[in-house]
Design a protein around this ligand. Structure first.
Ligand SMILES: [Zn+2]
Length: 190
């Protein structure tokens, strides 16, 4: 009973939630998450503070026991590595989530591998739902942060991500206003 329109709707809700972390999670990305079962939201969360719980963990905590057998929607692929907090994949498994839907891969290569890990544990995983919108949000975040263009170039999402014309235009404008960034990082194909 996987319905792409339902998946997209919950992912857009997760994207909205992600913005609530704006200004407090940098240099980590904005991330939002929703736990849903039978078409209803039973928990919501977002990455609220740099070094604090990840969005998935916050949403699972809000859902409590209702997370068992539910679907978790998260804008970025859940992390499988020990960072400032334990891997989200462990929390997802412990909560008894049946299916995970994510939008885009984490721009940090160290954080990737969550989908593979979850599948190996019998969790159904769907990636790439509203991927362009998630990527646009990540870029938007980086541009909004002071010196954000540098950061966007540093973490290397720029080449990969900037397909939407509007976003490319904005990056081009930002670069034009920050010649030092261009000089420091070479020519970026826009
Ligand atoms: Zn995580």
């Amino acid at each position: 009973m996987i319905d792409p329109a339902t998946d997209a709707a919950f992912m857009r809700r997760a994207l909205d939630l992600a913005w609530r972390g704006w200004g407090r999670v940098h240099p980590n990305p904005l991330v939002g998450a929703v736990v849903a079962r039978d078409g209803e939201v039973v928990g919501e969360g977002y990455h609220a503070e740099y070094g604090g719980p990840h969005a998935e963990v916050a949403a699972l905590a809000a859902a409590g026991e209702r997370a068992r057998g539910a679907t978790l929607y998260v804008t970025l692929e859940p992390c499988a590595h020990q960072g400032k907090t334990p891997p989200c994949t462990l929390a997802i498994e412990a909560a008894g989530i049946r299916r995970v839907v994510y939008g885009a891969e984490d721009p940090n290569p160290e954080a990737r591998g969550g989908a593979e890990r979850l599948r190996s544990q019998g969790v159904e995983v769907t990636g790439g739902v509203e991927r362009e919108a998630v990527r646009a949000q990540l870029i938007d975040e980086q541009i909004r942060v002071a010196g954000g263009v540098n950061r966007a170039l540093e973490i290397g999402v720029v080449d990969d991500v900037l397909k939407p014309t509007e976003t490319r235009r904005r990056i081009a404008e930002a670069l034009a206003n920050a010649p030092a960034a261009r000089g420091a990082h070479g020519n970026i194909p826009l």
